[in-house]
Design a protein around this ligand. Structure first.
Ligand code: SAM
Length: 314
């Protein structure tokens, strides 16, 4: 079976994380290409106009029940979609539904000041910009130069005029602008375990437990900075596309301990059922019971695996 290609240690760990009832559907996620979903960019077009434009080009769009601007297409039509004017002129953005949901959970409002601390290529920044109707301000930070330019291009192409892009190390931002933002999104760099694809050995070739720990060190510093930059009373989403508890619950648990009662994990209501609650124990360690409110999205036909946690600074 092609799954034999994935690192043994990775699969052994994963089996201890995912409930037995969801094990086979989780494994299926590694054997199919990323499903093609897109969001209509309401900053530059209406849903009806885009659907009629795509329909004229023979693209059949399936609506997403919980998001009226988002659609799924058959993989055989992906090329057609990526060569369409709607795609190339920024009227749509191709993005996985889990990624859209993670940004949606932050609940941004027009007029707010928002920080996106690890922003490139900008998919979630654009979800926030659309929800804010281009009113208020988003500071989008990216540390890697080539990715920063990709972010900047995407922001311009999609008409998100409320976004200021910064080429900076996110770990420093909280020290520079403490308690500045109403909301913060930290979609942290991670081992990308949910994106492993058996037909693409590069996606999992470099995985190791050591690498996971390396990512954790960075994630802890980024979360510390993100929390510093957040106003008291503000909310923050921490997310990754990794399954490893070391990159998810462990990182948040550390922050909860450091904040000593001044940080709360809020429950998230989910419009789909392919998820499990966050873990409250791993590797003989017990976490703050509030971590049960964090969410592990499990892969489905249309969604990638994802971890997300909605935090409130008291
Ligand atoms: N939120 C993005 C989206 O939805 O399009 C994806 C973000 S990706 C998971 C994480 C990003 O963090 C990468 O672009 C990576 O280059 C960037 N990054 C890595 N280290 C960073 C740091 N110290 N400060 C800011 N960004 C960093």
């Amino acid at each position: 079976m092609s799954l034999d290609l994935l690192p043994d240690a990775f699969l052994t760990r994963l089996q201890r994380i995912v409930p037995e009832s969801q094990w086979y559907s989780t494994l299926e996620g590694f054997q199919r290409p990323v499903p093609t979903c897109f969001r209509v960019n309401r900053l530059q077009a209406t849903v009806d106009a885009v659907l009629s434009e795509l329909s004229d080009q023979g693209i059949r769009c399936e609506p997403v029940a919980w998001r009226e601007d988002s659609f799924v297409i058959d993989d055989t039509q992906r090329r057609l979609l990526t060569s369409s004017a709607a795609f190339n002129e920024g009227r749509i953005y191709i993005q996985n539904l889990s990624s859209i949901f993670a940004a949606q959970v932050l609940g941004v409002q027009p007029g707010e000041e928002v920080l996106d601390l690890a922003a490139a290529p900008g998919g979630k920044t654009l979800v926030l910009a659309a929800a804010m109707e281009n009113r208020g301000r988003i500071a989008a930070v990216e540390a890697v130069k080539s990715r920063f330019f990709k972010l900047k291009n995407n922001i311009e192409l999609h008409g998100a005029t409320l976004v200021d892009c910064y080429l900076k190390d996110g770990r420093q931002v909280g020290y520079k602008v403490p308690e500045r933002f109403d909301r913060v999104l930290l979609d942290a760099p991670c081992s990308s375990e949910s994106r492993f694809y058996t037909k693409d050995p590069d996606s999992y070739r470099y995985w190791s437990e050591k690498k996971v720990k390396e990512m954790q060190r960075k994630q802890k510093k980024l979360l510390r900075s993100a929390l510093m930059a957040l106003k008291p009373g503000g909310t923050l989403v921490y997310s990754t596309c990794s399954y490893s508890p070391e990159e998810n619950e462990v990182v948040v648990d550390k922050a909860l301990k450091k904040m000593d009662g001044r940080l709360q994990v809020l429950p998230v209501s989910l419009p789909f059922d392919n998820f499990q609650s966050g873990l409250t124990a791993w590797a003989k360690k017990h976490f703050d019971p509030q971590l049960q409110n964090s969410v592990r999205i499990l892969p489905s036909e249309t969604m990638e695996g994802f971890f997300l946690c909605l935090l409130k600074k008291l």
